[in-house]
Structure formats: structure tokens, C-alpha cells
Design a binder for this molecule. Structure first.
Ligand SMILES: Nc1nc2c(ncn2[C@@H]2O[C@H](COP(=O)(O)OP(=O)(O)OP(=O)(O)O)[C@@H](O)[C@H]2O)c(=O)[nH]1
Length: 804
């Protein structure tokens, strides 16, 4: 029957490497643990094992008693003398204890010595001492049989391994071969020890032992698990395993690795040795706590407990967000915390049916996106407020896009149901096209009709929230250091920096050293939304904290550290980093470097926001763009709309790392400056085909924008003159930058591009001029375009070469 090396190894409680080594010794070439061994190979291997076993046990009757026929088969062979030793260890009645004890004695003393200082010489001394002892053991012929046997095996192994080493068998990888070649020092030490134990420092102790009764020192138990970071030297590994370094070196030796005591062992080697001892090993990755936002802590399922959901209310202007938030809050004051003075701290908790719900007290999606833009996903559920008498409006759609981009479930609160014009079905109907289909109509979105003003339907809404949160199974580990997000922060004249934070993991306590964004401090006091002083805040609880050195920003994340010194040093280095890299768009996508980001695995989906002049173009663009898929990277349209590119589009792009496509539309001035600041890539086009081509080539890494458009100025048409021969002259006022005679020109009306071409004439009074600067008036005509109206914007642009 065929079997793989690792299967065989597992079956016989050996490591794959050991099997590979043994196979190579009997001239069977296997490459790795996945290699297949046929029946013949297995037989040969077992024969070889049997031979080795026979050799190991020849002339030793006592050892035979110790060996357990089946289990020991691989053990005796594979794990060199350490296992033989540990077997004798298991049998306290045997005289064979002695060498162990002696060993342990050496070990303890070696440990004690090295505890004082860890320099190299010290290490060497330890090694020498250890080897000397084993040499002494060998020389002492009067010692008991087991001891003799142990050392026999030891000697045999040494010889065998040394012979192997001389040949440098193929089992040893190139790296290991190098190590072997480079390690004359280790060999010398070994031979030195063989030659002259008497001249060694340990002479006294050896004599003492030979002459007197053996010193009884306990054999240190192996730890069940060890941890390490990056690497360990043989010496350090020995200490962790509570074994002599020499013993470790011997083991390495048997495995074909020649290492000195202070040589760094790689992860595989450490694992191999530990596996040999049956000790679990874990590599600890050093975490840079300065960037604590990036640290993902995984909690064991049993440490997690239920936490309240965090809810954000979004919706169109005047649809009743604030009224609803107030209504919810007052419901609770009556229910529980009567007498408490409600404080506005940016978030509050209410309780229904014994369960808490946390509301972020900032209506609208500004708060939602700022937080998301800063990498904080705080919200678990979104309440979309839609006025029953007004229906779906632009900001309703924006809110839906925001919630969807963040993957947060939506509950629709159909407000103002008390109004005569209220029409619940219309709202349901309108929301269908955004994939929000009510349960009665076969969908899975909860629609909750209510009147925030008359306070009806509020409890039902709260119950729905609990229902959705139950499905989400929101959990957190309350028993660890706290982490969370800033909801609001300000500088209070009396109290200094004050921040409302939402605890997301762990429990926050007064006195905790904390880093918040790039501020730090120790929590002086905590106040909840009812104005009560709190000693601790569990997950999902918003509290206002004081004691920071600076005012953080909403959306900043916080983390508690073990001591104030650490918090201070991390806070300070974050402040420096923040200053350095402020607004650096390292994580921003731009079509120009999209391909690199795809290749680096940063991007699997390209988020797009499409704004176009008419809904028809939006749909056409969306349809074509969503079909694009290049090398597994897809286009995902996260928001669309007709009309100019607004600030809200830019915030959404910022939060979702998206690119904005403007089709026949322009960004509003505020949106443009914000996009520049946040380094959001806005691509403006007039032909659908070029949009598709651009996105496709960006995904393929073929985008090669040699020229890029740069807007150099804007003027507003204030007066229109019709002159029969010339056409339409626009009396303009340059509001931004300059107009230049050679520049390209666009005419924009209500954010929509009406014309694109060139300036035909540019005059100041009667003279032709080359350019007109900001705050000057001028007369403009456009090439082959006469339909200029008052209030139109003329935008001048040039094409500039993009430096690679
Ligand atoms: N009839 C009626 N009017 C309501 C209801 N809820 C809110 N309103 C009124 O609608 C108006 C706007 O309510 P707000 O709560 O300020 O709306 P908002 O969405 O917070 O508005 P912005 O903060 O401007 O975005 C106010 O005059 C409210 O009194 C309701 O259930 N019924």
C-alpha cells in the first residue's frame, strides 16, 4: 500500500523530516513530506528502523524493559538520545536516573549562570560544561548499565551523524549545508570537549560527583508550550524548554543541523526540536502598536458576549431625523432613567425589553461617512427616515448608497404617517428600485410606519431594531483592553479636551492609559448620556471622557495601553506620523496607479460613483461599466445620480475609496476643492465609449495618460450682447484663476456641460488680450457656439503633460 511520508510520520509519531532523513540514509530519494512511499520503500524503511533499534538495544537488558514495543519503535530511533534519556526518566526505579540528574544539575547551574549574563563566552562555557559532563559519563565505566547504554547510543549517534555530516547528505538543504560548512567553531568546541575535560572549569564539580554522592537535583519538567518571536538561539531555546543548550545542540546535530549555541535557529528548526520534545510552539508576531487600527484581534467564541446594536439615523432634509432621535430618547427617559439630566454627548443608549440600543445622535450621513472615511465602521443598523408625504428624495438615495457601501442593514422608518398626505405604499413603491422591498411585497426590508411628532410607532421601531440585531448576532469581548471610536470631540473651557467615545471592544475604565487618534492621556472621568459618572463602560456604550492632552477628531479610533508611558510614546509618535503624512493619499485609488494596486492585491473591486447629465446616460454607463471585468477585478458602481458632482459624492468616494466618473457634468466648486484636498480621482468625460475605454485600460494597467486636463480658471457670464456680425458676446467676470486665449473652453449651465470647444475671442474693453485674471471683466465669444445665457460658467482648461 502506498503512503505519503507525512502520513507515515504521523502514524509513527515521528516528524516528516526525520522520515525523509532516514530514507535518504538508505539511499531512497524523496523530496519532501508529500512524497509517496511504495510498499517496498516502507519495508526497507522499517527494516532500517529495526536494525537501528536492534543496535540501540544490544547488550542492554534494562533498556528493553523500558521500551514499549510498539510506540517506541519510532521513538527510540528518531529522537536520538534525548528520547532514550527521557525514557529512563520515566522509570524512576532505574539507576538510569543518575545521568539525568547529573544532566539536570548541569542544566540548572547552566541556567543559573546564564541568568546573570548572556554574553557569548558564557554561552560557550555552558556548552563546554555540558559536553564535558557527558564525556565524564562516558569515561566512567563503572556506571550503571542504563547509563552505559545511553551513552553508547549517544556515541553511536554522534558517530553516525558525524559521518553523515562529513558527507553532507542531500537531505540537508542548501541553507543548512552552508551552516554546516560555516560551523567549524562548533565542531572544535565539540572536539575540545572530548579531548580535555580535566582542564575544564567543571573539573571540580566532576570530581566532586565522581567522588561523592550524586547531587540530587530535580529534572525540570518540559513546558507544554513555548512562544518565540522571529527566532531563538540554541541557548534561548534550551532555556525555554528547560533543557541544557548542549542537549538542544545534540538534537540539532542528529537532525543534520550544525549550530553553535548562539546561532539563530529558524522557525522550522525550532518547530522540529519542539516537536521532538512534544512541546507546542507558537510564533508571536511582533505587532507595531503605533498603528493599532490595523491590529485585528480575534476573540475566542466563548469570550464573546452579546452587545447592543449601534444605530445611525439617515434621511432627506426635513424628513424628521432630529424629531425621531428626540422621540426615541424621551421614550427611554420615561421608561427608565427618570430624573437623569439628558446630556447631548453625540450618542445615547435606550433600553427596551431589558435590551439596550445605542443611537448615534448626529442625524444625516455626514457623521456616518466621516467615520467610515477614517476607517471606523461603527454602525450596525441604519434607520432610513422617509417622510410619508414626500417620498424618496436625493438625500434618501444618497443615504441608501452610503449604507449599502458600508454593508449595513437598513430599516425604513416611514415618518409623518399622521399627515393627511401620507402615502406609505408610495414610499414602498419608490424604494423598490433601490432593492428595498418590504416584507409584505416579498422582500426582506422592514418598513416601520411612525410619527416622530406624535410619538407613535417608536416602540415598534425599537423592537424591529432588536430583531435585526438579533439576526446579526452582534458580539464583543468585554474582558480585554478597550478599543473603539470617537463620536464627537471638543475643547471644553473648563475641562479641557472632551471626547465622546463609543466602546467597541473590551471595557473602558476610569484611570485607563489611552491613545485616541494622536492624542493620549489617562481617563480622568467618564460621563454617560444621562450625565451620570461611570467607572466603566462595556462594549457599545457611549461615554464622554476627559483627561486627554489634545482634542481628537470624530472617527478617530482609540485603544487602551498597559501604562501611561507607553500610551504617551505611542500617542506622540502617532502625532508625528500624522503631521508627516497628513492627507497623504496612500490608500486612495486613482486610475493612474490602479493597476499597481490591483497587482499588489489591494484592490479586487473598483468602486465607482457615476454622475451624469441625465438619468438615461447614468443607466447606460452603469450597464456598460458593470460588465467590465479584467483579470478578476470587477467594477462596482456604488452610487449614481443625475446632476453635478456634489460634496456628498466626494465624501462617499472618500469613505468607500471610489473614483467619480462625471459624464457631461462638473463638480461643484466646493466638491472640487474637497476632492483635491482628499485626493479623490474625478474623471470627466463626454463620450461613453471613452469612459469604458479608460476604465478598461486602467484595469489592464495600460492607462497611459500622457496629457491631463488642468482647469486654469472660471468666469461667469453676467451680460449677453448679440452682435449681428460677431454672434453672441458674453460679458464675463473671472471668478477663479484666469481665462487664456489659447485655452480650451467649456460652457457649464447648472453643473452640466453644454458646450466644449475653444475660446474664439477674448477682449478687455476693445482690445484683444492673451489672458484675463481673477476679478477682471472681459468679453468672450466661443467658437461655433452662440447660445450663451446669463449665469453660465465658462471654464478654461489646458492639457498638461503628466510626468511619469
Ligand atoms: N406631522 C409631522 N411632522 C413631523 C414629524 N416628524 C417631524 N416633523 C416635522 O418635520 C420638520 C422637520 O423635522 P426635523 O426632525 O427637523 O427633520 P430633520 O430630518 O432632522 O431635518 P434636518 O435636520 O434639517 O435634516 C419639523 O417641523 C418637524 O416638526 C411627524 O411625524 N409628523
Amino acid at each position: 500500500m502506498k503512503t505519503r511520508v507525512y502520513e507515515y510520520a504521523k502514524k509513527h509519531n515521528m516528524s516528516s523530516k526525520e522520515i525523509v532523513t532516514l530514507l535518504k540514509r538508505i539511499n531512497i530519494n524523496v523530496s519532501n513530506h508529500m512524497s509517496i512511499m511504495d510498499e517496498e520503500t516502507v519495508q526497507k524503511l522499517e527494516q532500517h528502523l529495526a536494525n537501528l533499534r536492534a543496535n540501540a538495544s544490544s547488550g542492554n537488558t534494562q533498556a528493553k524493559q523500558v521500551q514499549q514495543p510498539k510506540q517506541d519503535k519510532p521513538q527510540t530511533i528518531t529522537s536520538s538520545e534525548a528520547r532514550a534519556t527521557s525514557q529512563s526518566e520515566k522509570s524512576p526505579k532505574q539507576d538510569g536516573q543518575k545521568p539525568q540528574i547529573a544532566n539536570a544539575a548541569g542544566n540548572t547551574s547552566a541556567q543559573a549562570t546564564s541568568r546573570g549574563t548572556q554574553n557569548q563566552n558564557q554561552g560557550k562555557n555552558q556548552e563546554r560544561r555540558a559536553n564535558t559532563m557527558s564525556q565524564n559519563k562516558k569515561q566512567d565505566t563503572k556506571q550503571n548499565e542504563v547509563k552505559g547504554q545511553t551513552t553508547n547510543i549517544e556515541a553511536e549517534r554522534k558517530e553516525e551523524t558525524l559521518a553523515d555530516k562529513a558527507k553532507i547528505p542531500a537531505k540537508v538543504g542548501m541553507e543548512k549545508r552552508e551552516k554546516i560548512k560555516k560551523a567549524p567553531q562548533a565542531k572544535k568546541t565539540f572536539e575540545d570537549n572530548r579531548k580535555g575535560p580535566q582542564f575544564n572549569k567543571n573539573q571540580k564539580r566532576s570530581n566532586g560527583r565522581q567522588g561523592g554522592a550524586p547531587v540530587q537535583r530535580p529534572v525540570l519538567e518540559l513546558p507544554s508550550k513555548i512562544t518565540f518571536t522571529e527566532s531563538l538561539t540554541a541557548n534561548e531555546l534550551g532555556k525555554k524548554l528547560r533543557r541544557e543548550p548542549a542537549e538542544i545542540i545534540k538534537k540539532l546535530f542528529a537532525l543534520g543541523i550544525m549550530a553553535t549555541i548562539n546561532q539563530d535557529l529558524d522557525r522550522d528548526t525550532i518547530e522540529l526540536i519542539c516537536a521532538d520534545y512534544g512541546v507546542e510552539v507558537e510564533e508571536k508576531i511582533v505587532i507595531d502598536e503605533t498603528n493599532f487600527e490595523t491590529i485585528a484581534e480575534v476573540d475566542a467564541e466563548e469570550d464573546l458576549s452579546e452587545r447592543p446594536p449601534v444605530v445611525t439615523i439617515m434621511g432627506h432634509v426635513d424628513h424628521g431625523k432630529t424629531t425621531l432621535l428626540d422621540a426615541i430618547r424621551s421614550t427611554n427617559v420615561v421608561a427608565g432613567e427618570a430624573g437623569g439630566i439628558t446630556q447631548h454627548i453625540g450618542a445615547y443608549q435606550v433600553e427596551i425589553k431589558g435590551k439596550k440600543i445605542t443611537f448615534l445622535d448626529t442625524p444625516g450621513h455626514a457623521a456616518f461617512t466621516t467615520m467610515r472615511a477614517r476607517g471606523a465602521q461603527v454602525t450596525d443598523i441604519t434607520i432610513l427616515v422617509v417622510a410619508a408625504d414626500d417620498g424618496v428624495k436625493p438625500q434618501t438615495i444618497e443615504a441608501i448608497s452610503h449604507a449599502k457601501a458600508a454593508n449595513v442593514p437598513i430599516i425604513v422608518a416611514v415618518n409623518k404617517i399622521d399627515k393627511p398626505a401620507a402615502d406609505l405604499d408610495r414610499v414602498k413603491q419608490e424604494l423598490m428600485q433601490f432593492e428595498l422591498v418590504s416584507e409584505e411585497w416579498g422582500g426582506d426590508t422592514i418598513f416601520c410606519p411612525l410619527s416622530a411628532k406624535q410619538r407613535t410607532g417608536i416602540e415598534e421601531l425599537l423592537e424591529y431594531i432588536l430583531l435585526v440585531s438579533e439576526v446579526q448576532e452582534l458580539k464583543a469581548n468585554p474582558d480585554k483592553r478597550a478599543r473603539g471610536t470617537v463620536v464627537e470631540a471638543e475643547l471644553d473651557k473648563g475641562r479641557g479636551p472632551v471626547a465622546t467615545v463609543l466602546v467597541q471592544h473590551g471595557t473602558l475604565r476610569v484611570g485607563d492609559p489611552i491613545v485616541v487618534g494622536s492624542a493620549y492621556g489617562r481617563i480622568r472621568a467618564m460621563v454617560n448620556d444621562k450625565g451620570r459618572r461611570m467607572k466603566e463602560a462595556p462594549p457599545s456604550m457611549p461615554v464622554e471622557i476627559t483627561g486627554l492632552n489634545d482634542v481628537p477628531q470624530a472617527g478617530d479610533q482609540f485603544m487602551v495601553f498597559e501604562d501611561e508611558k507607553k500610551a504617551r510614546s505611542i500617542g506622540e509618535s502617532r502625532a508625528v506620523k500624522q503631521r508627516d503624512s497628513e492627507r497623504r493619499a496612500s490608500a486612495r485609488v486613482s486610475l493612474d496607479d490602479l493597476f499597481t494596486q490591483i497587482q499588489e492585491g489591494d484592490i479586487k473591486e473598483l468602486n465607482l460613483i457615476i454622475k451624469a447629465d441625465v438619468q438615461g446616460s447614468v443607466e447606460a454607463l452603469r450597464g456598460s461599466l458593470e460588465k467590465i471585468e479584467v483579470n478578476g477585478t470587477r467594477v462596482k458602481v456604488i452610487h449614481t445620480g443625475a446632476g453635478a458632482i456634489t460634496e456628498s459624492d466626494v465624501t462617499l468616494a472618500n469613505a468607500s475609496n471610489a473614483i467619480i466618473i462625471g459624464f457631461n457634468v462638473r463638480p461643484e466648486p466646493n466638491a472640487r476643492s474637497m476632492a483635491e484636498q482628499e485626493q479623490i480621482d474625478i474623471r470627466l468625460h463626454r463620450v461613453i465609449y471613452t469612459v469604458i475605454e479608460e476604465i478598461e485600460s486602467a484595469l489592464k494597467g495600460m492607462l497611459d495618460p500622457v496629457y491631463k486636463e488642468e482647469i486654469i480658471g472660471q468666469a461667469e457670464a453676467r451680460q449677453i450682447f448679440k452682435v449681428s456680425k460677431v454672434g453672441t458676446i458674453a460679458g464675463c467676470y473671472v471668478t477663479e484663476g484666469k481665462l487664456s486665449r489659447d485655452a480650451g473652453a467649456r460652457l457649464i449651465r447648472d453643473g452640466v456641460v453644454i458646450y466644449e470647444g475653444k475660446l474664439d475671442t477674448l477682449k478687455r474693453f476693445k482690445d484683444d488680450v492673451k489672458e484675463v485674471a481673477t476679478n477682471y471683466e472681459c468679453g468672450v465669444t466661443l467658437e461655433r457656439f452662440t447660445d450663451i445665457k446669463e449665469g453660465d460658467i465658462i471654464e478654461a482648461f489646458i492639457m498638461v503633460e503628466v510626468k511619469a
